[in-house]
Design a protein around this ligand. Sequence first.
Ligand code: SF4
Length: 232
Amino acid sequence: MITSRRPGPAERLRRMHDQLTQAYGPQHWWPAETPFEVILGAYLTQNTAWKAVERSLANLRAAGALTVEGLRSIPVEELWRCIRPSGFFTRKAPALKAFVAMLDAEFGGSLQVLGATPTAVLRPRLLALPGVGPETADAILLYALGHAVPVADEYLRRIVERHGLVARTSGPKNYRALTELTCQAFDADPNADHARLFNQFHALTVAVGKAHCGRAARCEGCPLAEDLQHAK
Ligand code: SF4
């Protein structure tokens, strides 16, 4: 008797990547011109829509503060004014200043030196900074510094929970479950491709999340609808 094998969660997630790539194509993330702009965006986008981040980045550009030097020298009250559109500006401004202070004190003010630090050392260092949680740290590592680490967010959580790929949990345990599943999904791909694949996969899940998988799921016409047949 021939029985069809049930694909596992990692295999299904890998297939989802392919289906999303076919539907949406290359995403060319992160939307920024320089690695430092990526870092600023990763902080500013916390609890905020990207449109608001764009207004803050435009203010920072006009104030000459889109560079390490610019952010180092801008007075904190002026920084508040620039990033006010992103919300939580009294917390985000000192957090950004703390990032530059760390860069200066421990990495000679150089993003190249920072980026050359092994992931196993750098990730905990970033997580020890004020205002940096796992998603922000991993976005900085992947999109600004090119480290091969997956990024998980609310969109990915909704997708994998709705498809029954991970159990519903919350907090750090949930974040870890999502990133571990992503690593497993791309485990068979060459190591040299992981940074590119993680980059593209996160961008694709944001794209499908915005188009279909928000607070309410709009499954009709969604590129991932076929996988729902496997959901428990
Ligand atoms: S909208 Fe439906 S099919 Fe699309 S990812 Fe969400 S749950 Fe899956």
